[in-house]
Design a protein around this ligand. Sequence first.
Ligand code: SF4
Ligand code: SF4
Length: 421
Amino acid sequence: MIKRSFFALSKPRLTYDLLEPDPDGPRAIPLPDLVTLLLTEAIDNTRPALIKKGDPMKKGQKLALYEDSTAYVVSPVAGTIKSIDTYPDDFGEIATSITIAHDPEKTSEIEPLELPEDISSAAVHLKKLPGAPPFDILADENFTIRTIVITGADTDLLTTTSQYVSTAHARDLEQGAAILKRLTGTARVCLALPEGINGHNRFNSLQVLKTSPVYPDTLPAMIMKDHLDTVLPAGKTPEDMGICFIRAEAVVSLARTYEKKALVFEKHLTLVDKAGFRHRIKAVIGTPLRHIFNQLDIQINDQDRVIIGGPMQGSATFTTHHPVTPETDTVVVQDREILPKISDTPCINCGKCIQICPASIPVNMLVRFLEVDQFEEAAEKGDLEACIECGLCGFVCTSQIALGQYIRLGKHELHKLRAEV
Ligand code: SF4
Ligand code: SF4
């Protein structure tokens, strides 16, 4: 089995977008009439459900499908459940969407929050905060986390969400980091921030790791190698190596929740429109993208592409009803006129993908296995698990093969296969 880590790094030439020296604050998107929350559990009609259409909702109320469900969402508004439906996720797996009709007349809110004093109760109450704190990982006794890295450096191109949140809310970030240390007992909490932006001197209590402007140097595996002297072996996760990454916004949200003794729901995001103009906005979790497009006068035509995430790692959504989630940092809209044509040209073995891959993966061989659903062979002979999902191979592919999508789906199917054994 090939188990190569990426010590032979090539230097791709794409660079991250850096935050402006004096950035404007975000535009606040008004609350929509309907919010939609995505739950990572499928409906099972044979079991008695805890929630149903017509149920009244309080702001801050936790919603789960069944008594023993660990997946939950939190209502950001007071109102009534309008519908509960199945919803296919990125890989076609069935999840559930819960739509709540917001009633502006209702102001009912749950009692002031009892603030978690340990990481297990944080996982039970706070993992749906904006920024999606990885409390499940931090609470998992199978991992011994020695270092937490707060990602103030955005991991994809075109976006500046994390840079903005970390530097504009530096005080909250430091307070949130102190709470995180208290909850987890982790001695080392540091902040990854791009070199070349203003704001490094705003942090007194956090070690700042200055990341390079070259893509993909802010991806977790690269930060581990360049700043933490730790090579991520193929098939392992950062937490396997004692390192946990958390978005800056999750840390800021944690500080605000403790300060207000109430959950917070506003998510910052960068929206790049068809002309390439960057909008900094904040919207309540659950806001459908089409509501944001309407507010910004962005017309979505048939066959335009809406990408959740950045251009290198994001995935296209099939519906503008897709809501803002705790993880949504970036949305990119591409005009149908400038989309690369779908190609069915086979691989011509030009080798460009191999030259640019920072993990030295034989991508041309890997994709042959993935095209025919040979996932174990893709892992053993194509080094699938060493991929850091930077998307560079798909970006340079002469035949315009959707390599990144093949790889993400391949990893997902491989995990499923192994879980079944
Ligand atoms: S996405 Fe492509 S270029 Fe990036 S690490 Fe994976 S195989 Fe290599
Ligand atoms: S860049 Fe595309 S066409 Fe060239 S070898 Fe890689 S997969 Fe094949």
